[in-house]
Design a protein around this ligand. Sequence first.
Ligand code: MN
Ligand code: MN
Length: 465
Amino acid sequence: MKSAKELQKELTFSVDHISRTNPEMWAKSQEFCEAYKDFLSVCKTERETVSHIIEMAKANGYTEYNPEKVYTAGDKVYLNNRNRALILSTIGQQAVDNGTHIVASHIDVPRLDLKPNPLYEASEISYLKTHYYGGVKRYQWAVTPLALHGVIYKEDGSFVEINVGEDENDPVFCISDLLPHLGKDQRERKMGDVLKGEEMNVIVGSLPFIDENGEDVKDAVKLATLVYLNEKYGITEKDFLRAEVEVVPAGKARDVGFDRSMVGGYGHDDRVCAYTSLMAELETKNPTKTTVTIFADKEEIGSTGATGLQADYLKNFITNLAMMQGVNYLTALQNSKCLSADVGAAYDPTFADAYEPLNSCYLNKGAVLTKYTGSGGKSGTNDCGAEFMAEMIALFDSKGVCWQSQELGKIDQGGGGTVARFVAECDITTVDIGVAVVSMHAPFEIVSKLDVYATYEAFAAFINR
Ligand code: MN
Ligand code: MN
């Protein structure tokens, strides 16, 4: 007869802290996250992420994909989709009708975008008007240092890149909030309206342009801003209409905690999955199946547009590979498998009411496998079948990958979605997996270093199997 303890061990399931199960991972995860922090600190927009990844890819033997060219096993290519999304691929030994191994993360992050016509002056202060992008708790973005990143095209077709607020000698920018002393009316507002969309105005200057001849001019502070921008970048006010400038939190990613066990920074969702899948992809040599590592745009607003994953560029890429190899592209899609690489909501004991502890993910317990997302009765989800769950669990267990499972918060508390359903709708078997994040979508999000490393190991195990 077995003892109760033996039976409990045999029959129940729980996940322990990685430091207990895999003590050797700590040193590896620390080293891995040094490079990750650098990546996170320089990649603050989807465009910067695309160009940074292309540089890394080129250094690792990738060339720009040409659909007219014939590629053979081991060849590495990149496809730049309009400078805002990217595919990296390593051609497999088997033809693509045997299926490909896809890992799909997203590189857009909640932020404030400049409005098309953003510049104005009020009470001799010049401001840039913004339009928030994605799921933003707006009050979190006021009274904190902000940086401007982006591109501006000019009349002659040339463009300038803007990146101000990151260097310690740079100025930063800021959105104001009302002092508590005068907050009687503001305190009555609902949380979503503590700062309204039209109050997200970024302070960029307060000195007027002084005319040599003492001539008075209307909006002299706005003019001074324009004179500065013209001298520095050669632009005029009209050029904002052909620009994409994002307002993001200024500053670098940092270690968090006395024990430095966590990384805090802007944009873990979802650059933590972008970076971990990138590392797995770059290191892949001669995989059995072709790898397709996607860095998508527009996930935060529903995967729309030509660079979001509702567009056909993933399907088109696999179709082109199939045509090159003379095999059936529909079979290629049908036999492909995808890890939708996106973050999970780490259980936060301070806000325990929002979670269901049995089905939450936790810091330091490994890559988070998410069978389904959605809201209001799983609406809008790709609900991964038991077969693929079984396949991934067997893979991770056999390769010693630390993993856990979650559903996003307790039932009817909210919910969310990922790119999973859009990949799955291409007839591709898909499941969600990623890193647990604390304070998701805030200007400063937190992840655990052990989880980052575990997730990298999960992607490597998947694409190299
Ligand atoms: Mn995400
Ligand atoms: Mn998100």
